[in-house]
Structure formats: C-alpha cells, structure tokens
Write a protein that binds this ligand. Structure first.
Ligand code: UDX
Length: 439
C-alpha cells in the first residue's frame, strides 16, 4: 500500500519505519525542512533503540521516503496517517493547531477514496471535526473516510511496541475504511479492537489516565509504607500477582513524566468538565504526582536541615531510561527546587544532556560521567533508572563523595550492592532506609 504520514515525531517516525518494514511504501512528511534533510541521509531526530538501523534499511530498500512537499507526499497516497503533536494548552485542553494545519494540506491534495487515519492523541469528537475541516479545504466535493487509530507505543521501546503491540484500535463509522486499515496492519499479526470513532478516541485517554492513576496509587501506597514501616516492593509484588491487578506499572518512584501521561490526564479532566462530568479523582492523581516529584528534595532537606551550599549529584535527567526526552521530566523540577534552596547541582545522563541544556541552561553543571558528577558531592539523587546506574561500582562512587549519601528515586540499587559498598546512607522510596557504618 502507498501510505503518507504527516509528522515525524516519535509516533509518526516509528509508525512510518514499521509500516515500511512490513512491506508498505511510506512517505513521511514534515514541515521542518532540516529534519527532513537529516532523515533523507539517515539521521534520526530522536534517540530510540533500534530505530536508526530500520530507518537506513528501509530507505535503502526504497520503501521509506521523506519530504517536506505536501503535494509530493499526499497525492499518491491511498492512506494518509496524521501523527502530528497535540501539546497541552494553558487551560489543560489539547492544542489542535498542528492537526488543523494538517487538515488544510490534506484538503488541498487528497485524492478520491483515500482513508485518513488520525493517530495523534485527540479528544473525543476531534476526528469528526477534522473530517469536516478537510472537506472544507477540498477544492471540490470528494469522498474520503476517516479512521481513529490511537497509538500506544512507549518511548524507549517504540519499535518493539509497534511491531508487537498488545492491540490495534480501529475506530470508524465506515466498514470498508476499517477493513482497509486492518489490511494495512495485517502482517503485524496483532489482535484488533474494531469500534466506532468516539470509543477509539476515548480508549487512548482512558488507558493513559488509568496507567497514570496506577502509578499515583502505588506512589501514595509507598508513602504510607514509609510511614508504617512496610516495604512497597513486597507490597507491589503481592498485589501484582493477582491477575485482576497485574504486576506492570506498580513501580513506586518519583512520579510519572514524559510527553503523554501529564498532558493526557489533564486533557481527559478537561473533557469531563466540558461535558459536565465530575472526574475529581484525576485531580488527586495529578496532585500525588506533583508531590512525588518533590520527594527527593524533601528527604534531603530532612536529612541535612539546609541544602544551602551542598553539592547534589543528579544521576539521570530524561523522564525515563532509553530516551533523551526531557518533556515533564522530574529532573527539571528537582533541579529548580535544589537551586532555589541554594544547592549546587551536577548532573549526568547517558543521552539527555543536550536536551536538558535547552530547558535548564547553564543553571546546573553537566558532567560527562558518573564519576565526574559524584566527585565531592554531599549526596547523590538517582532520578532515572538507567542500567548504567544499576550496575555502578558503588564503592568507588561513595568513596569519591564528600558524604556517602544516596537518595534513590527509582529503587534501582540492589541491597546486595549496598552491602558491598562500605559506609553508606541509602534512602529509597517506600521502604526502610539502609544505614551502613563501616569503621
Ligand atoms: C506512555 C504509555 O505507556 C504509552 O502507551 C503511550 O502511548 C504514551 O505514554 P511513555 O510516556 O513513553 O508511554 O512511558 P512509560 O513507560 O509508560 O512511562 C511513563 C512514566 O511513568 C515515566 O515517567 C515512568 O518513569 C513512570 N512509571 C512507569 C513509573 O513511575 N512507575 C511505573 O511502574 C511505570
């Protein structure tokens, strides 16, 4: 099939690469000419495991193309997939302006009988609105269909999540259009959920808000565990073995971040309000998460009394491992809070430093290794659970610090590692602290 994809962000680029990998001819379109020029020579704008190899492979095999020309990309397409961003507006609603821009271009170039797929995360009712907008921008009346096909990939495992998805949701009022999109995905051999447009739109928000709620729930349980002397990891394990609960997304930490959960929870809340439904529960999910972002600073304040003049080493800046994405990363709030309390921050991340500089500028120090970041530090904050940090030689880390004090925001250091590292004060999330004093 000949497919055009609008938007070469995480979702658009991964989808384009995966659809070409299963044999389709895919043209990815983006208004950012520099991004397109880079992609044309095999340079990806994002760090995502496995993506670069498939990008180059499918481009060389002439199934994957990049252009900033809408006419070139859209006029030969039998399926057009919209995967542009829907960032958060100040009032919490989803900003649809990129989608509206895409609709104008599609209206100008669309050919009869094309199926337009909206993959961007959009509030209920948006597919119908965009269909009308495309129609309004068509020079003449033309017949085309619209399909809602939300995306569930995670950053850091985007290729795997797309190639081996749990489900593919296809929402349309037109059976032929639904079947066409089913056909497009058939080689992936993934279960389909066929539904109408509004339910498909809702599935995405309901899923993300549920996962965010699960995280806030276990995080609040972890705070209670600390207060009563229980261990949240054992509690999560004990809960997760119940198949009705499930083990995933019960990892307590310093809260969720990223480009999806924070904005999608707020957008769902906005939709509820707009439709007269009191979904106040989601306000609690957000409040717990906001508090969780402050936890390491709170714990350090309690330990030190004052953080003025203290050097804090942040290990990890990206919102989660295996990505360089800094959107809504807890490291941003943590850095700002530490600076406002007079602390000095030295940070290390395997891949996110360049992106962090765009947000935090030169307010903090950036280190090129863990060793450099922790040197003479008063405390270490583990902010992102990169494998590199789990495998650290803790003894050499603590020996080079001023005080061997670790606040682990992701519970990623094994007890056995701690026992081998000599004198250390270790403060995890939701379980008892470990204080080892080797004379
Ligand atoms: C998420 C959804 O999982 C995905 O389906 C959707 O398409 C986009 O949003 P992503 O943001 O890439 O994906 O990452 P995810 O792995 O879901 O983690 C989101 C946040 O939750 C991260 O900040 C992570 O650290 C946090 N998290 C996750 C926890 O704190 N505890 C957990 O148990 C799981």
């Amino acid at each position: 099939m000949k497919i055009a994809i609008l938007g070469t962000g995480y979702v658009g680029l991964t989808t384009g690469i995966c659809l070409s990998e299963i044999g389709h001819y895919v043209t990815c379109i983006d208004i950012n000419e520099q991004k397109i020029k880079n992609l044309q020579v095999g340079i990806s704008p994002i760090y995502e495991p496995g993506l670069d190899e498939l990008l180059v492979k499918n481009a060389l095999e002439e199934r994957l193309f990049f252009t900033s020309s809408f006419s070139e990309g859209l006029e030969s397409a039998e399926i057009i997939i919209i995967a542009v961003g829907t960032p958060q507006r100040n009032d919490g609603a989803a900003d649809l302006s990129y989608l509206e821009g895409a609709a104008v271009h599609i209206g100008t170039h669309i050919q009869p009988n094309t199926v337009v797929v909206i993959k961007s995360t959009v509030p209920v009712g948006t597919n119908e609105y965009i269909k009308d907008l495309i129609q309004k921008n068509c020079p003449k009346e033309i017949s085309f269909e619209i399909v809602s096909n939300p995306e569930f990939l995670r950053q850091g495992s985007a290729i795997k999540d797309t190639m081996k998805a749990d489900r593919i949701v296809i929402g349309s009022e037109n059976e032929q259009a639904r079947e066409k999109i089913k056909e497009m995905y058939k080689p992936l051999n993934v279960p389909f959920i066929m539904t109408n447009i509004r339910s498909a739109e809702m599935i995405k928000y309901a899923s993300n808000a549920f996962l965010a709620s699960k995280i806030s729930y276990i995080n609040e349980i972890s705070n209670l565990c600390e207060a009563v002397g229980a261990n949240v990891e054992d509690v999560a394990k004990g809960m997760g073995k119940d198949f009705r609960i499930g083990e995933a997304f019960l990892h307590a930490g310093i809260g969720y971040g990223g480009s999806c959960f924070p904005k999608d929870v707020k957008a769902l809340l906005y939709t509820a309000k707009l439709n007269g439904v009191n979904f106040g529960f989601l306000n609690e999910v957000i409040a717990i998460n906001d508090h969780q972002h402050e936890l390491l600073v709170e714990k350090a304040l309690k330990r030190f009394g004052s953080l003025a003049g203290k050097k804090i080493a942040l290990l990890g800046l990206s919102f989660k491992p295996e990505t360089d994405d800094m959107r809504e990363a807890p490291s941003i709030k943590i850095s700002r809070a530490l600076l406002s309390l007079g602390a000095k921050v030295s940070a290390y991340d395997p891949v996110a430093i360049e992106n962090a500089k765009h947000i935090l500028g030169e307010t903090i120090e950036y280190s090129s290794s863990v060793k450099e970041a922790v040197n003479n530090a008063d405390a270490v904050f583990i902010v992102t659970e990169w494998n590199e940090f789990k495998e650290l030689d803790l003894k050499s880390v603590t020996e080079s610090m001023k005080n061997p004090i670790i606040f682990d925001g992701r519970n990623c250091i094994l007890d056995s590692k701690l026992r081998d590292c000599g004198t250390v004060e270790y403060y995890p999330i939701g379980k008892p602290s470990i204080l080892i004093n080797v004379m």
